[in-house]
Ligand binder design. Structure first.
Ligand code: B12
Ligand code: SF4
Length: 502
């Protein structure tokens, strides 16, 4: 019985940006007695059905965007006689769908680290259960990934998770509902071990694949103090102290190491934290700006963010502390108007952010937005190819609309066109070159331009373009640019690197 783990994707680029961490974590959860699992990441190359034999176990991890491809693979694997097991956020939210459409024998809900051994032994006996509750395990049980199985030359960035869950409650995000609002934070000992292993292999760019790298804010501490809640205060202080321990150890890594993470804007109030990030080589952070107006922030339950001039100032603070921001903006919010697009493009330029993504409001399952949208659609149901639009991930890719939420004043096409034009403005060659002026060497500046271009091709055109010629041109470009980019990111293997002490 061979174990296969498959990360589904409709498009394969030969080279990928970030390692899909779940593959390597589930590989670590696979007992040695089954041998090394066969790992397939379809963002590199499609799965080869001839490798799957009757009696094998095929584990497929899906999020909403790749669920349909996952179901195709599941059915194919079942036809080969294998046991098919689904996991990941989408399977957690829709376990029945994986059974009905993906040929699943079993679905794992929640974290796979602990329950996977049991799934495999049940499959071995021929008695898999339809559903396993993986639950939300404690951080001490998160498994370090099996990086020894990683094809080193295929990825630009490796990914290591340091904390799971987020105390906030943004309306468009499922993390706080699926992973919980209590941060489950790994100890710095296990995190640094993994990172050193990756540096030994030659990875110097590492994504800290966290929901929110700043789980305790200064406001949280102040409130606990004001409420004389000693237990809460101590808990928050422990989490914060562990963050600083980790950053002190990251700071001792070779100076060309570069980390990227996701963080809330509140971190800009905390200079001590930002300085520690800078010393720890955390050079980049995705900051969810979402909207530049107070109304927009209210729309998404994110009024802890700032708007207008204060927002620009706050984003600039990251840069002053050596942390380069990838700002994430959402268009199509009910309060957005025509002028919001140009104003956002201006704010993004003024705020000195290095990169930006402009996404359109998309209701993801498990979110407050999705529940509201599903309810709204009940009164006037829409179907495409016989599939309700509220199950949009089941609609064949080519027929899938790019926008779902009816806007009070703008048509979907207007929102899409305006969003595309903000991408065009922000990533126009002149703007990118001007933005790269903070970089001293010409080579590094050219790298910045190349990364900006590939990011835009991989994201904007393939993500929001409706014109299929533009989409396939972008995919071709992304494929062409991916290999040189991978070479730029590669580091020198350092087999003798030691784990830094406290
Ligand atoms: C890092 C990250 C990224 C990175 C890297 C992605 C990558 N290649 O790994 C980047 C920035 C590129 C990214 C992009 C996007 N992401 Co993202 N991302 C994450 C994040 C923060 C962590 C993922 C991670 O590595 N976790 C660590 C691993 C170990 O955990 P895991 O994947 O959950 O796997 C565990 C279990 O789910 C389970 N499991 C998983 N698979 C399987 C399979 C089997 C067989 C079994 C038994 C168990 C199992 O066991 C694992 C171990 O416990 C998650 C948030 C989250 N908490 O999951 C969002 C998240 C997955 N992303 C999300 C989204 C929406 C996106 C984007 C669509 C954003 C956008 N607007 O473009 C894109 C899509 C990109 C794509 N096509 O894949 C959503 C998905 C929502 C949904 N319903 O699908 C999440 C949940 C965040 C959110 N805000 O809601 N993302
Ligand atoms: S701050 Fe980020 S991770 Fe947390 S709930 Fe909001 S969008 Fe999700």
């Amino acid at each position: 019985m061979r174990v296969h783990l498959i990360n589904p994707s409709e498009v394969s680029f030969g080279t990928a940006v970030i390692t899909p961490r779940w593959l390597y974590v589930l590989a670590a959860a696979t007992p040695e007695s089954y041998g090394d699992p066969l790992l397939v990441d379809e963002t590199l190359a499609p799965v080869d059905s001839t490798s799957i034999q009757a009696g094998d176990v095929v584990g497929i991890g899906i999020h909403t965007a790749n669920a349909l491809r996952g179901y195709k693979i599941g059915k194919m694997a079942r036809e080969c006689g294998a046991y098919v097991v689904f996991g990941g956020i989408h399977a957690t939210l829709y376990p029945n769908e994986a059974h009905e459409l993906g040929g699943a024998h079993a679905v794992v809900k929640g974290d796979g680290d602990v329950v996977w051994t049991r799934v495999l032994s049940d499959c071995g006996r021929g008695t898999p259960l339809p559903v396993y509750e993986g639950g939300r395990i404690e951080a001490a049980s998160f498994l370090p990934a099996r990086w020894d199985l990683l094809p080193r030359k295929s990825y630009m960035w490796a990914s290591v998770q340091t904390v799971r869950g987020c105390p906030k409650h943004c309306s468009f995000c499922s993390v706080w509902r699926t992973d919980g609002q209590r941060p489950r934070q790994r100890s710095s000992d296990v995190v640094i071990e993994e990172i050193v292993q990756l540096r030994r292999l030659g990875f110097r760019f590492i994504a800290l694949a966290d929901d929110n790298f700043y789980p305790v804010t200064l406001t949280d501490l102040r409130l606990a103090e004001e409420q004389n809640n000693t237990a809460r205060l101590n808990e928050l202080k422990t989490i914060r102290a562990e963050r600083f321990s980790l950053m002190r150890r990251l700071a001792q890594l070779p100076p060309d190491t570069i980390f990227f993470t996701q963080i809330t804007m509140e971190a800009a109030e905390d200079s001590e934290f930002l300085d520690a990030m800078q010393r720890a080589h955390i050079k980049g952070a995705l900051v969810g700006v979402e909207s530049i107006t107070p109304e927009g922030l209210k729309d998404v339950f994110k009024d802890f963010n700032l708007a207008g001039k204060d927002l620009v100032e706050r984003l600039k603070t990251f840069r002053r502390h050596g942390v380069y921001v990838l700002g994430s903006f959402i268009f199509g919010l009910p309060s957005d108007r025509h002028e919001t697009f140009a104003a956002t493009a201006r704010a993004a330029q003024q705020a000195d952010i290095a990169f930006a993504q402009f996404v359109t409001l998309t209701p993801y399952p498990g979110t407050v937005d999705f529940m509201r949208w599903e309810k709204q659609m009940e009164t006037a149901p829409v179907e495409i190819a016989g599939i309700p639009i509220t199950r949009r991930w089941l609609i064949p890719q080519a027929l899938r609309p790019k926008l779902y939420w009816p806007h009070p004043t703008m048509s979907a096409e207007e929102i899409r066109r305006n969003t595309q034009s903000v991408w065009d403005t922000f990533y126009g060659i002149k703007s990118v070159w001007a933005r790269s002026r903070f970089i001293k060497s010409l080579r590094a500046r050219l790298t910045f331009v190349l990364i900006s271009k590939i990011y835009r091709q991989m994201y904007a055109d393939t993500g929001i373009a409706t014109d299929s010629a533009r989409v396939s041109r972008s995919s071709r470009w992304a494929r062409l640019l991916a290999r040189p980019c991978q070479m730029l990111f590669a580091g020198r293997p350092m087999p003798n690197l030691r784990v830094p002490e406290f």
